[in-house]
Design a protein. Structure first.
Length: 185
């Protein structure tokens, strides 16, 4: 049996003796597929190592807001790092604090170097004793020295004007950093 391409290209599909269509497929993470197909994959980060000296209190590290009018921002991966044991908290839709009001630009770059797309998001970098107010805590974790990576596979979704803020609390002074990978769809 032969199946002809309906677009007029005269391409044929192979069907084996058990009536199975021969196909070619690849299995890619959604982030890689969106990056390749649409050029809409982004790295969002605080922008370097932040020295934290205010111990025993939360310091806002990064604020990310989806500013797209038409697409959701899917977070694929969250990575936190520290030179000391770190207590991390994730908030959604915080309404204030110096993390937001100081507006220090963070990293907000396309991961597909061949794409000219610019992210429809705002990323602010935090710092020592930067505050976060309002919003709802949606997660927390503690990391030892080094880094921790949460694979979210796009399940953390920021709709229009949604935002997340990530804070850290240290028992002793140290350096921390935070980065997220995401895509628009």
């Amino acid at each position: 049996m032969k199946i002809e391409d309906g677009t007029g290209s005269k391409r044929l599909a192979k069907v084996d003796t058990r009536n199975r269509l021969t196909t070619y497929a690849t299995n890619l993470p959604k982030l890689a597929d969106i990056s390749d197909q649409n050029g809409d994959s982004y790295i969002m980060a605080n922008g370097g190592f932040i020295s934290i000296t205010s111990t025993g209190t939360e310091s806002g590290i990064v604020h990310i807001k989806n500013t797209s009018e038409t697409q959701d921002l899917h977070i694929s991966e969250l990575r936190t790092c520290g030179t000391v044991v770190s207590k991390w908290k994730i908030y959604k839709n915080s309404t204030g604090g110096t993390l937001i009001s100081d507006q220090t630009a963070g990293i907000n770059q396309n991961m597909n170097f061949t794409s000219q797309n610019v992210p429809d998001s705002t990323v602010y970098s935090g710092g020592n004793a930067k505050t976060v107010s309002g919003g709802t805590m949606i997660g927390h974790h503690i990391t030892d020295i080094g880094h921790s990576t949460d694979i979210l596979e796009g399940s953390l979704i920021l709709g229009r004007n949604d935002s997340i803020q990530i804070t850290v609390e240290l028992a002793s002074a140290g350096e921390v950093c935070c980065r997220l990978l995401g895509y628009f769809e």
